[in-house]
Ligand binder design. Structure first.
Ligand code: ARG
Length: 564
């Protein structure tokens, strides 16, 4: 039930106002000031009366909605106290009927969202910076899906460009087939790093690399088969990680996918009189918009990262007819996106406004416990393993008899990393710290998973499948029950807000709200040893919490084990 709507209707009627204006002003006050409040300051100007007077006038005239227990005018506010039992009945009967689907809505029906995320570079390691794009993108994917949008998840793999010319040269000079097959990306990045070191003294290596890139572009067999092999080796590693994270994509059309589509796009940019020459290269001048030029063609005719992004956007618009196309990358790519979004706009495409860059901050390694030898990046897989290992130790200590220890450690260890990544606004830098993210009593993934497991185990003990219609909700009139219901009731709005702002942390934080409220409820109320009707009413809360947490964690891409 939409309590805000009910209250707004009553106020609108009593004060002869437009319901939408009222609705936008309703506030959720601090504890003890009612559950909802309507401030009268704005009305004071229109009605030429003091806000205090207006508040008491309206409070006198208003028809009390059935779900409110009390309405009070306090200074310039009208405070509404919800009838806790009616509230509990509304929220709990709804969620216990729908289960996990409680969070779903049809808000986005008929609309399509494309999300470009993860998008690692072939032949380069999947490092912890890529985790952020992967985790944020995957969560946005699930959030939009829950809201009824059609969502297309695209892994825009970095599978074309200068690095391949270099890699081919490096492989031919220092590579070894067996070593690559054994150590996959580690070996590829070793020879790639070596290339850069050697090229400092031997610049002719760079010329050779360019030659190989040109060969690739011309379809040379040897060049292309090496390129393909590098791609396969990389994908093997990426897929191992995606499997562990439980992530799939609808499309893996990477940069190379646009090779045969760019010529027409460059031609179109030229026809629209946007292309100019600068030092041999072809650019779109953006001085008027206070940005450096957008590079379209290199002096040797080679295409560039922006050329591929422009072509990809046009292709996606034609293929998916998106309402929004979201790009999840690090903040340092801000200028790149601003530039080519502008080019799309200058090409006359009104959907340029539907392209959204969703940047995020850096990951750093905090106290250095994770740092490896200089010059080496920290690999995602090593981090996952470390977290799972540490989780296993915690389980050994806390619950050594747990069934499926390895599976639970995997789900909790990985969940901890994802939750920590998603718990703050995207743009904030993340400092990696296992002690924080694995703290079962903190605002963490394990804490949320543990709360879910606690609810699951109560349900298992109770031995019932579902909540029937005959609950006496008047039993749930205490504050702790009410606060759980409130946190659940607010959940769907938080999901909408998360989508509006492309901020999964709004969901992560609401999960913690539910957990805190539930754990307080659990500590203050006996469930299993209560009278039958009290027990059943309280179990209605337990069921609701289990389902909202499972559904909520899934929105973040985190598993919810039943036992921990
Ligand atoms: N491969 C790029 C990187 O690792 C990210 C690509 C993001 N997506 C895009 N369409 N530009 O930095």
């Amino acid at each position: 039930m939409d309590f805000i709507k009910g209250i707004s209707e009553a106020i609108a009627k009593a004060a002869d106002l437009d319901i939408n204006d009222v609705k936008d002003s309703i506030e959720i006050p601090k504890q003890g000031m009612g559950d909802y409040a309507f401030p009268c300051f704005k009305l004071a100007k229109i009605l030429r009366k003091s806000p205090q007077m207006i508040a008491s006038d309206i409070a006198e005239k208003i028809e009390k909605p059935s779900f409110t227990a009390d309405i009070q005018a306090v200074n310039a506010y009208i405070n509404f106290y919800v009838d806790k039992s009616v509230f509990a009945e509304n929220v709990l009967s709804n969620i216990n009927k729908k289960g996990r689907e409680y969070i779903n809505s049809d808000l986005g029906n008929g609309k399509t969202i494309v999300i470009d995320y993860s998008s690692p570079n072939i032949a380069k390691p999947f490092h912890i910076g890529h985790l952020r794009s992967t985790a944020i993108g995957n969560s946005l994917y699930k959030i939009y899906k829950a809201l009824g949008y059609k969502v297309v998840g695209i892994n825009h793999l970095g599978d074309w460009g200068t690095q391949f010319g270099k890699l081919i040269v490096a492989y031919k000079l220092w590579g070894d087939k067996e070593a690559v097959e054994r150590d996959d990306i580690k070996e590829l990045s070793r020879i790639y790093v070596k290339f850069h070191e050697e090229a400092e003294n031997k610049p002719e290596l760079n010329d050779e690399a360019r030659t190989w890139l040109v060969k690739m572009q011309e379809g040379d067999d040897e060049a292309l088969s090496l390129w393909k092999w590098f791609c396969e080796i990389s994908m093997k590693e990426f897929n191992r990680i995606y499997n562990r994270l439980g992530i799939t994509f609808d499309s893996y059309a990477g940069e190379s996918f646009y090779n045969d589509k760019m010529e027409a796009v460059v031609e179109e940019i030229k026809e629209k009189n946007l292309l100019t020459e600068s030092q041999g290269a072809q650019i779109v001048d953006l001085e008027e918009y206070k940005m450096p030029p957008c590079l379209i063609l290199r002096s040797d005719g080679g295409t560039l990262y922006p050329t591929r992004d422009i072509s990809a956007a046009i292709y996606r618009k034609n293929t998916y007819d998106f309402d929004k196309c979201i790009y999840v990358t690090a903040l340092d790519q801000n200028l790149h996106f601003a530039q080519w979004f502008k080019v799309i706009e200058l090409m006359g495409y009104d959907w340029a406004k539907d392209l959204v860059h969703t940047p995020f901050g850096l990951v750093s390694l905090g106290d250095g416990k994770l740092s490896t030898r200089k010059g080496h990046v920290v690999l995602m897989e090593d981090i996952l393993n470390m977290s799972v290992e540490k989780t296993k130790n915690i389980i050994e200590e806390k619950n050594p008899n747990l069934e499926n220890k390895d599976k639970v450690a995997e789900e909790v260890g990985i969940g901890a990393i994802i939750f920590d990544d998603l718990f703050n606004s995207r743009i904030k830098n993340v400092v990696f710290d296992f002690d924080r993210m694995l703290n079962f009593d903190g605002e963490t993934g394990p804490y949320a998973q543990y709360t879910h497991a606690r609810a699951s185990s109560i349900i298992k003990k109770a031995g019932i499948e579902k909540i029937e219609d005959n609950i006496d909700y008047s039993i749930l009139c205490d504050d702790t029950s009410f606060n759980v219901c409130k946190a659940i009731n607010d959940f769907p709005d938080k999901i909408k807000e998360a989508a509006e702002k492309n901020e999964p942390y709004i969901v992560a934080r609401q999960i913690i709200e539910v957990c805190k409220a539930f754990n307080k409820f659990y500590n203050e109320n006996n469930i299993m040893n209560s009278e039958e009707d009290v027990k059943m009413a309280r179990l209605a809360i337990v069921f609701a919490v289990r389902d909202i947490l499972a559904a909520g964690l899934d929105l973040l891409g985190i598993k919810a084990p039943e036992q921990m």
